[in-house]
Design a protein around this ligand. Structure first.
Ligand SMILES: Nc1ncnc2c1ncn2[C@@H]1O[C@H](COP(=O)(O)OP(=O)(O)O)[C@@H](O)[C@H]1O
Ligand SMILES: Cc1ncc(COP(=O)(O)OP(=O)(O)O)c(N)n1
Length: 323
């Protein structure tokens, strides 16, 4: 038996909240076998990115070969692609990636560039046309539409931009509204006519309460990975390659369940205090939220309160703890 299998093509986050680490956690949490092709090594944590170490394009190609020569993929997602060369390398392999979710990562919340400026054009002409779903946030959607386009501010503008992005070739667009400030967050899913099975694009609006938390590091990565995992679980071999009947039926529920998973992970992560210095930190979401709910694991020690950290207190064995 082959389990549902997915690939993330992404940069790293050693602190575990974003990038390939977040993607693999989300795949695992949702019962999907995760594989990875790393595009850049990023020194970052809940306070931001300090350094990016590029990986040679030919070594990224070798990683693709290692996975694709060995395993069949139901779905894949891209995160940080770093350069135009890596955007094009990925696009050239699209046919073998299963249903392809493109998270159009460009700039980290901390302001660090994760995609070279000149690579935006490669994303527009090479990757958008081969994507099953793209998941831009508001600033990314504007930039994909043109260098002088402004981010959408209203629901009507979001719908217009989602439709305009569909015209660039992806089978579907999820325009994420997390960057607004309203009490409710709205995301718009636009399905191309070929996916919606009609003459016009179909629009679905997802509206949910904004969770009051500073811990939003990796929300975009986690959402796109959760949708990828849901597609991998739903698609039969043969469905994934094009926006056929299987993908059309699977996509809306996959997006809905991906958003629900993220909402649970955000709500649970809101109670965490991982950063040693909480001032200005954006902690991760809780990818284990469902696993912990299904099979509660007895804590090996009492939870550490922030005041006990650092460092010796966190490392000293807690009395009565079994490890
Ligand atoms: N505080 C929040 N409460 C609830 N949902 C959120 C919150 N922040 C972000 N989201 C959701 O997380 C997803 C990613 O949001 P966004 O911040 O727009 O993208 P990115 O992380 O790529 O910049 C979206 O679906 C958005 O609705
Ligand atoms: C390696 C890597 N890839 C992507 C991101 C961006 O993560 P995202 O989920 O869009 O949100 P922030 O972490 O920027 O809040 C990243 N930081 N690192």
């Amino acid at each position: 038996m082959r389990p549902p299998t997915a690939l993330t093509i992404a940069g790293t986050d050693p602190s575990g909240g974003a990038g390939a680490q977040a993607d693999l956690k989300a795949f695992t949490a949702l019962g999907v076998y995760g594989t990875s092709v790393l595009t850049a090594l990023v020194a970052q944590n809940t306070h931001g990115v300090s350094r990016v170490y590029d990986i040679d394009t030919d070594f990224v190609a070798d990683q693709f070969d290692a996975v694709l020569d060995d395993m069949a993929l139901d779905a894949s997602k891209t995160g940080m692609l770093a350069s135009a060369a890596l955007v094009e390398l990925t696009a050239a392999r699209a046919e073998r990636l299963g249903f392809l979710v493109v998270d159009t990562v460009m700039v980290a919340t901390s302001g660090h560039r994760l995609l070279a400026e000149e690579a935006v054009e490669a994303m527009r002409h090479a990757l958008l046309p081969v994507a099953g779903l793209i998941t831009p946030n508001l600033p990314e959607a504007a930039l994909l539409l043109g260098d002088d386009v402004e981010a959408a501010r209203t629901a009507a503008e979001m719908e217009d931009q989602a439709r305009a992005l569909l015209a660039r070739g992806p089978a579907a667009v999820l325009l994420k509204g997390g960057h607004g400030a309203e009490a409710r967050v709205a995301d718009v899913l636009a399905l191309s006519p070929r996916l919606a099975g009609g003459a016009e694009p179909a629009l679905v609006r997802f509206d949910h309460p904004r969770i009051d938390t500073p811990h939003t590091h990796g929300t975009g990565c986690t959402l796109s990975a959760a949708i990828t995992a849901q597609m991998a679980r739903r698609l039969l071999p043969g469905d994934a390659g094009g926006p056929g009947a299987g993908a059309a039926e699977a996509l809306e529920p996959a997006v809905r369940e991906g958003l629900d998973f993220l909402a649970r992970a955000l709500a649970s992560g809101a109670r965490w205090s991982l950063p040693l210095d909480p001032e200005g930190a954006h902690g991760p979401v809780d990818h284990t939220v469902d696993i912990a709910a299904q099979a509660p694991i007895e804590p090996a020690r009492a939870p550490v309160e922030p005041a006990q950290v650092p460092n010796e207190a966190a490392q000293a064995p807690v009395e009565g703890a079994s490890r």
